[in-house]
Each structure stands twice: as C-alpha cells, then as structure tokens.
Design a protein around this ligand. Structure first.
Ligand SMILES: Nc1ncnc2c1ncn2[C@@H]1O[C@H](COP(=O)(O)OP(=O)(O)O)[C@@H](O)[C@H]1O
Ligand SMILES: [Mg+2]
Length: 520
C-alpha cells in the first residue's frame, strides 16, 4: 500500500507526503504537483498513519477545488473521505459558526450577505448617517471595511485609530454597518473569518474542542491567505502552551503566484513561515509537469525580478517544446484580428478544433473586442466566468425569499423582495416604514408588524404591505411545519406571483430565468 501511494511521486514530493511532526511548508511553482502532494498526503495520513477522517481539516481556495480534492481522496481511500472537512476557509467557518452561533449572540440560522447585499446595506447606512455617496461610495466604504476586517481590526479599534476625516467616516460607517448586521442576525464574507477567530480567541473551551478535533490541518494556496485567515490557522493549530500538542500543519503555496494581494493576501505568510513556526521543515518542488522548458525559462526570467521570495527554479523533463511568440498590436482591434487569424490557421491547417483553443485576458471588459470579431466572422465561442449563477437576479430574488422566511430580521432580504414582483409598494411607503424603524430603533421587519402605528402610510400602501405580511406569514407557517427549502421556494415563487410576472414579461431572458429558478 505505501508503495502505491508513493510510487508516482518524485523525491521531494515523497518527503512532503511522509513528513510527520513539525509544521511543513511546501514551496513550489505552478504545475509542480502541490495539489497532488496535498491530496496524497491526506490519503497517506488515513491509510498509513492511523489518522481518522474526522481529524482532518483541509482548506482550499475554491469550492470546486474542495470537491475535486475530496473526490481524489475518495478515489484512493474510499467513500468515507466524503465526510471529511475539505472546504474553503469560508465554508469551514460557516460550519463552525452555525454550531457555536449562540456564543456570539447570533442565530444559528444567521444570514450570509454577499458583496451586493453588503453594498445595499451600506447604501442604507450612508443615507442614515448623512454620508455623501459622491465622496464615499458604498462600494468604497465596503472595500475599506473589508480591509480592516482582513486585518482583524474591529470598528472600535478603527474608531480609536482614525485620524483623518476619511478614516473617521469609514470607522463610523463600519460601526453602524456592524450594528445593523447584528440586528439582522447577518454576517458578511469577511465576518465569517473574523467571527470565527473571535470565537476561538474568546472561548478557550471552544478552541480546545476544535483543536482536539482537528489533529491534521492542511492548507492549499497558502500564498493567498490574508492576515485574518493566517491567524485563524494559528488558532486552530494551537501551540505547546495549550495543554495538548499542536495539530500537525502542512501548507503548500507559491509566493510567485499570489493573485489576491488586492484582497489583503499576504505573501509574508509564506516568506516568514519558518519564523512563525521555528521548527518548520521546508520542501521545495521544482520539477514542473505542465509546461515545456521554453515556457518555464521565460516564466523564470520574469519571476526572478520579484523580491522577498524563496528561490526556486522550475525545470521539466518534457523537453524545450515550441518557441513562444510575442506579437505587439497597435490597438485592441488589431490584437483581436491577430488572434482570430491565428485560430483560423490552427483550425484550417493544423488539425485543431475550436474547443482546443483558449484565450486569456486580464479584465472582463477586454473580452469585448475579441467577441466582436468572433461574432462578425461567425466563429463559435464561450465566455467562461461571466455572471455567476448565484449572482443572477432571479436567483438572488429567490434566495432573498428563503432568507426572509427563515430569518425575519434580515432587513436586506426583506427589502429586496418587498416590491418584487411589483405589488404596489413604492419607495415612499418603504421609506415610511424605514423611518419608523429608525425612530423606534427596531429592524425594518419589526416595523412591518406595527403598520397601524405608522401614520404617514397612505391606505393603499398599507393594504399592499398587509398583503405582503400575510404572504410572508404563510410561508413562515409552512417553514415551521417542517417543509423543506425546496417546497418553501416553490410556494414563494408561486404565491408571490414571481413566476407569473416572469412568464408574462417581455424580457428576452425570462425563459432562462424561469429555468434558473427551477435549477435552484
Ligand atoms: N510526480 C509526478 N509525476 C507525474 N505527474 C505529476 C507528478 N506530480 C504532479 N503531476 C501532474 O502535474 C500536474 C500538476 O499538478 P498539480 O498538483 O495540480 O500542481 P500544482 O498544484 O502545483 O499547480 C497534474 O496533472 C499532476 O497530475
Ligand atoms: Mg494547485
């Protein structure tokens, strides 16, 4: 068995898979088998070192990567691997926070706000605090708040440290934003990490429980961790002073590949791993399995110029391969023509098919000039990425219904569906309710249940709002009777008239939208 797990690894990979005890840093370039090492290491821990699946925590950067890793491990050690905690930082934190929500005064059914929700919330906050959106857009505020959270700076610290008017405004918005999130029993993406760190730091018994559980902690793409995630790992791993030995830690990463500096990723975490963990062992992987030598040599010569990075030089046994061609175009139209002419040549003269070709670009709007030429010449193409499923309007509307049902305090969701589909509740009526909520210091939803006290409401709006309350009330009753999310969703889409409005709409996308909801 050990041979089967180690056979197709090179020597440094083998060392990384079998290393035990002290913290392990695997530094390597792209395509050198980092993910293979991590997957194989998990399989080896389970098969050869008597580690139980429940003791493993493996962190990846995308859900897709997590699923792939799980499948790869399941392939080697069997289906029980599927119960293992292989997940992103965010999903792992959601699981921990749902279990321990009470300690942080959160409901275990807390809502998770995505960026768009947070921006909406900050728009409301700014309006109430009288912050001028032309000087400080909600997006800007969110970016600043997010950076503070990534550094684990809470709003009180931010307030105390604020010197410039700008910092003070950000800190003020941060405080009010956080207050409203708590009121709504909601958390944003950054809170998932920050709250979990706070939980582990404030409740030693909780920290001890998770440290006892996770004896093996593995992190892929370690170069992309920000400060909060770095501290989270340290808290989970623990130290010799915690009354039990620290967990075994293995991180893999490539300081030259960090793509999240704008999100606060800190290659310092990788560069200083050995200082953070003085007993650490480092393994360097330099053999590349993806590219030919010409590509690696030119990549090396670019990367060489980075400073403050561990030295490594990628090589391959694949041979030098074809030469790299660089073409400098006058503008994006010439560039697009060049690309399309090359593709035509590959297809006509070299036996390739359209699906063999990929085009990369740096920012989304750069796809446009190429797409235009494709359309003009009638070439088939597919844009990968684009608007993601969960960011589509109809999906967000449907989810807002579910959240409003399960968490009545979730103001952003309730307000999203207030007049979706249109039911005669205009901005004025919404503002009247919001104003009442502000004066009474209650949530928007609580204000909805006290409509008779809101004297500024016109009768027609009051009727529409009562109708809305009844709709939500019925859905909540359905929820309490134990109906699952899918039947609640179906009922919500039906009784709210959402589906009807879609079907009747002239929007050319409406069929796709109906299908998307069905897919959800
Ligand atoms: N020792 C090896 N022998 C053969 N192929 C390997 C070896 N190590 C890695 N590979 C292959 O190289 C490719 C890149 O591996 P991966 O683990 O995804 O690299 P990284 O995470 O470093 O980018 C994969 O197709 C993998 O199967
Ligand atoms: Mg990888």
């Amino acid at each position: 068995m050990p041979s089967a797990l180690l056979d197709d690894l090179n020597e440094p990979q083998r060392q990384a898979v079998t290393h035990s005890g002290s913290p392990l840093l695997v530094v390597a370039g792209a395509g050198s088998g980092k993910t293979r090492v991590l997957t194989r290491r998990i399989a080896y821990l389970l098969a050869e070192r008597n580690v139980a699946t429940s003791e493993v925590l493996a962190i990846t950067f995308t859900n897709k990567a997590a699923n792939e890793m799980k499948e790869r491990v399941a392939h080697i050690v069997g289906p029980m691997a599927r119960t293992m905690w292989v997940s992103t930082f965010h999903s792992a934190c959601v699981r921990i926070l749902r279990n321990e929500a009470k300690r942080l005064n959160l409901k275990s059914s807390f809502t998770i706000y995505d960026t768009a929700d947070s921006v909406r919330m900050l728009t409301l906050v700014s309006k109430d605090l009288g912050i001028d959106p032309k000087s400080y857009s909600p997006k800007y505020l969110l970016g600043q708040i997010s950076s503070l959270k990534n550094e684990l700076i809470d709003y009180e610290d931010a307030m105390n440290k604020a010197v410039t008017a700008q910092e003070q405004t950000v800190a003020q918005a941060y405080g009010e934003y956080q207050r409203r999130l708590m009121l709504a029993s909601a958390v944003d993406f950054d809170d998932l990490i920050g709250h979990t760190v706070a939980l582990l730091q404030s409740f030693p018994d909780v920290a001890a429980q998770y440290r006892r559980k996770f004896r093996q902690v593995l992190v892929d793409e370690y170069q992309d961790t920000n400060h909060a995630q770095y501290i989270l790992i340290r808290e989970l791993v623990g130290t010799d002073q915690d009354g039990m030995p620290p967990a075994e830690l293995c991180v893999v990463g490539d300081a030259d590949q960090s793509i999240y500096a704008f999100r606060g990723a800190n290659i310092r975490n990788i560069v200083e791993f050995e200082r953070d963990y003085p007993t650490a062992k480092t393994v360097v992987l330099e053999q590349n399995y993806r590219s030919t030598q010409n590509i690696l040599t030119s990549a090396n010569s670019v990367i060489e110029k980075n400073s403050g990075r561990p030295v490594k030089k990628l090589w391959t046994a694949e041979g030098s391969g074809e030469k790299i061609v660089i073409y400098t175009a006058n503008d994006e139209h010439h560039e697009a023509d060049f690309i399309v002419n090359n593709i035509a040549d590959l297809i006509d003269n070299h036996g390739f098919e359209y699906k063999d070709v990929a085009i990369f670009y740096r920012t989304n709007n750069q796809s446009r000039s190429v797409e235009e030429v494709f359309i003009r010449r009638g070439l088939p193409y597919k844009v990968v990425g684009g608007t993601k499923f969960y960011e589509r309007k109809e999906i967000k509307d449907a989810l807002a219904y579910l959240r409003a049902v399960s968490n009545p305090e979730d103001d952003v969701s309730v307000r999203r569906i207030l007049n979706t589909p249109r039911r005669g509740i205009g901005d004025k009526a919404e503002e009247a309710v919001a104003g009442f909520a502000r004066r009474e210091k209650i949530t928007f939803s609580s204000a909805l249940s006290r409509l008779s006290e809101i004297h500024t409401l016109p009768t027609r709006s009051a009727t529409a709002l009562n109708e809305f309350n009844r709709l939500l009330g019925n859905l909540r009753t359905l929820d309490e009777s134990g109906a699952g999310p899918s039947s609640i969703l179906a009922a919500a889409m039906e009784t709210s008239g959402y589906l009807k409005e879609l079907t009747a709409s002239k929007d050319p996308q409406h069929e796709v939208r109906v299908e998307n909801i069905a897919e959800l």
